[in-house]
Design a protein. Structure first.
Lengths: 315, 409
C-alpha cells in the first residue's frame, strides 16, 4: 500500500520515471558515497580555506583573538589606496601579458621542430622537460648567477653583440624582464611537450587530403594543424595564464628575499605574501588582495571559456 | 612532648615532604626552535646539561624549519591554542602575541636581570616587564679585504674616502666593476639603522608618540648613506656573493654572516678582516640582532611554565651563553660572560671575535613597538630610494616619516 501511494505521489508531481525505481536511489547513494572522500578532502583543503579567505578579508587580523576586529571593507579600502598594490597589479599584468603569449609562441615553434626531426626525440624531449622538473628554487639560484651583471653568462653572450653590461637584478628597468625570461625558459619545454603530443595525435589523413587539394605549407598549418591543435593550445593557455598570475617563488629567490630594486618586480602574490607573512601579519589585507586576485583570474577564465571554446575543435 | 606538638611536627614534615614531592614531579616541556642541523647538537648539549641538573624536567627540542616557518607555526599554534612551552622568537613576532606569553623577568633575580647586556633589555621589555630573554645574538660589524684595506676605517669620513678610493673600473670597459662598499637596503635596512644610531638619531621619540626619523640626526645619517651610494654596490643578495666576485671591498653586515663571508674570501683568494663599525658623528654603536626566548602562558601547567623559565635562566648563565656563542658563532648575551676566562681566551685566540665582542656591551637593538614590522618595511623603502637616487635623502625620510606617523595614530 505504502509503495503504491508513493508511486501515486510521485506521479502527481510528474517526477522523472527513473526516480521511481529503488535501484536508482541505490545507485545514487552509492555514487555519493564514492564521491564523499573527494568532497571531504576538497571541502577541508579547498572550499573551506576559499570561503574563509573571503571572511578574513573583512577583519583586522589578530593572532591572539582570531580573526580579530571586523573592519568591513577596511582592508579593501587600504589596498585600493596603496600605491604598491597598484604597482603589483601592473607588474602582474605586464608579466602575464608578455610571458603567456611569448612562451606559447615559442612552445609552438619548438613543438613543430620536435615533430619534424624525430631522430633525437627522447633526448630533446627530456632536455626540454628538465627545465620544468628541476625545482624552481634551484633553477632561480642558478639564474641569479647567470644574471650577475659582471660575471653572468647572459651578459657575457650579449657582449658578443656589443650589448654593454646589463644590471639585470639591480636595475629596476630589467628586474621584471629578468623574471619573465626565466619563466619563459622554464615553461617552453613543458608547453612544447604537451603541444607535441597534440601534434603527434593529429591524423595523417588530414595532411594527405590537404596536400592532394594542393594546400601550401602555411595553409596546412593554418587550416589543419592549428584548428586540430586547439584543445592543447587552449589547455596550455589557461594553465599558463592561471600559473602566471600566481608567480612568486622565482622573484623571491632571484632577488634574495625581496621583490627587486624598488619593488620593481613585486607581483600580486608577492604583495599578498609581504602583507600577510613577512613580519607584518596583515592577514586581512593579504586576504583582501587574494580575493582581488581570485576575481581577476575568475573573470579571465570565464572570458576564455566563453571566447575560446567556440574556437576549440575536438577531433 | 605533647601530642599536639608531635602532630604539628608530623604535619609540617608531611607538608614539606609533599612540597618536595611536588617540586620533583616529572614535567615535560617542548621547546620550538629554528636552529638548523649545525647548531642542533650544541643546543641539545645545553639542554642535556639542564636535564642533568634538573632530572625531573624533560625538554623536548623541536626543530620547526627556518625562522619564517617558525614564526608562522607559532602564530598558527597560538590560533589553535596548541602552543609549545617555549620558543625562539624575534622581537616583532612577540608584539602581536605578547598577551599569551608568560613573562620571564618577574621570576628572575635582580642580579640576573642586571646581568643582561643593556642594549638587549628594551627589545625584551614590554610595558615595563621583561617578557623574553635574549638567546642567539649577532651584531653589525665591518668586514673588509685585508689586501686592499690595510687598516679599516675608524670614522665615517675615512670610510667614505676609502670607498671612493677603492671604487674602480679595473678592466677599463667603462663601467665600475669594483665598488668600495656595498649595501642591501631593501633586505637589510639595519645598515641604515646603524648609521641612524651613530648619528644620535632614532625612529621615534622615547615614549613613541612622535616620529623623529627625519630630524637633523636622521638626515645626517641618510645623507651620509647617500654620499656612499656612488661607491656602493646596491643589491638585495647576500654580500658574500659580491665579496667572492671581487665586486665589493668592505661592508657593514651582521656577524651572523661571518662564516659565509669568510668562505667567500677564501674562495676568492684573499684574507678577510673584521673590525668595529666606523665611529659616527655622535657615537660608535652597533645593532644587535637575533632571537629571544619566550615562554607561553596558554594551555601550560604552572609546573611547565616554571620549568621553561628555569631553562631560560639556565641558558643565561655565563658558562652556558659562552658555550652557545663559541659553538654557534653567536655572541654571549650577559655581561658576566664577557669577563669569564673562557670567553677572554676564546676572543684572544680568534682575532675576528675581538671587534665583534668589543661592540656587544654597548650595542643597541630594535624597539619593541607593536608595528615594528611595518616600520622596518617603510624604512627599507626609504633607505633604498635614497641609495638608488630615486629620492633625495630629505625627501625619502619625509615620506617615511609620514607613513610612520600614520602607524602611530
Amino acid at each position: 500500500m505504502g509503495k503504491e501511494r508513493l508511486v501515486e505521489y510521485l506521479h502527481r508531481f510528474s517526477l522523472p520515471e527513473s526516480w521511481r525505481k529503488v535501484s536508482f536511489w541505490k545507485e545514487t547513494v552509492a555514487a555519493y558515497l564514492y564521491l564523499l572522500p573527494a568532497f571531504v578532502i576538497l571541502g577541508a583543503f579547498v572550499f573551506y580555506p576559499f570561503f574563509s579567505a573571503f571572511r578574513l578579508s573583512t577583519f583586522k587580523w589578530s593572532v591572539v583573538r582570531p580573526p580579530g576586529t571586523f573592519v568591513g571593507w577596511g582592508n579593501y579600502h587600504y589596498i585600493f589606496h596603496d600605491k604598491y598594490f597598484w604597482r603589483a597589479l601592473w607588474h602582474t599584468f605586464y608579466y602575464v601579458g608578455v610571458n603567456v603569449p611569448v612562451t606559447l609562441f615559442l612552445a609552438l615553434l619548438v613543438a613543430n621542430l620536435l615533430n619534424k626531426s624525430l631522430r633525437f626525440l627522447t633526448f630533446t624531449r627530456t632536455s626540454y622537460f628538465l627545465a620544468y622538473i628541476t625545482p624552481l628554487v634551484a633553477v632561480s639560484m642558478v639564474w641569479r648567477w647567470l644574471y650577475n651583471w659582471q660575471y653572468g653568462l647572459l651578459n657575457y653572450f650579449l657582449g658578443f653583440f656589443g650589448v654593454s653590461l646589463i644590471n639585470w637584478l639591480g636595475d629596476k628597468r630589467f628586474a621584471l624582464p629578468a623574471v619573465i625570461i626565466l619563466s619563459i625558459w622554464r615553461f617552453v619545454g613543458y608547453e612544447a611537450i604537451i603541444l607535441l603530443a597534440g601534434l603527434q595525435g593529429i591524423d595523417k589523413m588530414y595532411y594527405e587530403a590537404a596536400r592532394i587539394d594542393g594546400a601550401s605549407g602555411f595553409q596546412v598549418w593554418r587550416k589543419v594543424t592549428v584548428p586540430l591543435l586547439t584543445p592543447q593550445i587552449f589547455f596550455v593557455f589557461i594553465i599558463s595564464l592561471i600559473g602566471s598570475f600566481k608567480v612568486f617563488t622565482e622573484i623571491y629567490v632571484l632577488f634574495g628575499g625581496t621583490s627587486g630594486p624598488l619593488r620593481s618586480a613585486e607581483t600580486l602574490v608577492y604583495y599578498i605574501m609581504r602583507q600577510g607573512f613577512f613580519g607584518t601579519n596583515h592577514l586581512g589585507r593579504a586576504a583582501a588582495a587574494s580575493v582581488v586576485l581570485f576575481c581577476i583570474i575568475f573573470i579571465f577564465t570565464l572570458f576564455q571559456l566563453q571566447i575560446t571554446q567556440k574556437r576549440v575543435h575536438y577531433q | 612532648m605533647k601530642s599536639w606538638k608531635i602532630g604539628a611536627i608530623g604535619l609540617v614534615l608531611v607538608l614539606l615532604f609533599g612540597l618536595f614531592a611536588m617540586a620533583e614531579e616529572n614535567v615535560t616541556i617542548t621547546f620550538w626552535h629554528a636552529m638548523s642541523s649545525g647548531h642542533q647538537p650544541n643546543l641539545q648539549n645545553l639542554v642535556d646539561d639542564f636535564m642533568a641538573e634538573y632530572p625531573y624536567i624533560t625538554v623536548e627540542l623541536s626543530y620547526q624549519g627556518g625562522y619564517g616557518d617558525l614564526q608562522q607555526k607559532i602564530n598558527a599554534a597560538v590560533v589553535a591554542g596548541n602552543v609549545p612551552t617555549m620558543a625562539q622568537a624575534y622581537e616583532n613576532w612577540v608584539t602581536p602575541i605578547v598577551e599569551v606569553l608568560y613573562p620571564i623577568g618577574p621570576h628572575m633575580t635582580g642580579l640576573e636581570k642586571a646581568d643582561i647586556i643593556d642594549g638587549l633589555v628594551p627589545s625584551n621589555t614590554y610595558n615595563g616587564i621583561l617578557y623574553t630573554v635574549p638567546f642567539n645574538k649577532s651584531i653589525m660589524v665591518f668586514y673588509y679585504r685585508k689586501d686592499l684595506v690595510p687598516t679599516p676605517p675608524a670614522t665615517w669620513e675615512e670610510y667614505l674616502q676609502m670607498a671612493k678610493d677603492l671604487t674602480a673600473d679595473t678592466n677599463d670597459d667603462g663601467t665600475i666593476d669594483q665598488f668600495g662598499t656595498g649595501f642591501r637596503p631593501s633586505a637589510n635596512p639595519e645598515q641604515f639603522l646603524n648609521f641612524l644610531e651613530e648619528a644620535g638619531g632614532s625612529i621615534l621619540n622615547e615614549d613613541w608618540t612622535e616620529v623623529t626619523i627625519n630630524n637633523e640626526a636622521g638626515l645626517a645619517a641618510m645623507e651620509y648613506a647617500a654620499s656612499l651610494a656612488p661607491y656602493s654596490l646596491i643589491t638585495s643578495a647576500y654580500m658574500s656573493d659580491a665579496f667572492q666576485a671581487n665586486q665589493v671591498c668592505m661592508f657593514i653586515d651582521t656577524s651572523a654572516g661571518y662564516y659565509y663571508n669568510n668562505k667567500a674570501a677564501e674562495t676568492a683568494g684573499f684574507e678577510m678582516g673584521v673590525a668595529r663599525v666606523p665611529v659616527g658623528p655622535v657615537n660608535q654603536k652597533s645593532m644587535i640582532q637575533g632571537t629571544n626566548l619566550g615562554v607561553f602562558d596558554m594551555n601550560q601547567t604552572q609546573a611547565q611554565k616554571d620549568a621553561a623559565v628555569l631553562l631560560a635562566r639556565f641558558l643565561l648563565l655565563a658558562n652556558k651563553t659562552v658555550f652557545w656563542a663559541e659553538k654557534g658563532g653567536y655572541q654571549p648575551v650577559t655581561k658576566s660572560a664577557y669577563v669569564t676566562e673562557e670567553w677572554k681566551n676564546w676572543v684572544a685566540t680568534h682575532e675576528y671575535q675581538q671587534a665583534i665582542s668589543a661592540q656587544m656591551l654597548d650595542g643597541f637593538s630594535q624597539i619593541l613597538h607593536p608595528n615594528y614590522g611595518d616600520m622596518r618595511d617603510i624604512i627599507a623603502t626609504s633607505f633604498e630610494e635614497a641609495m638608488m637616487g630615486e629620492a633625495a635623502p630629505k625627501e625619502a625620510l619625509d615620506a617615511a616619516a609620514g607613513e610612520l606617523g600614520a602607524l602611530l595614530e
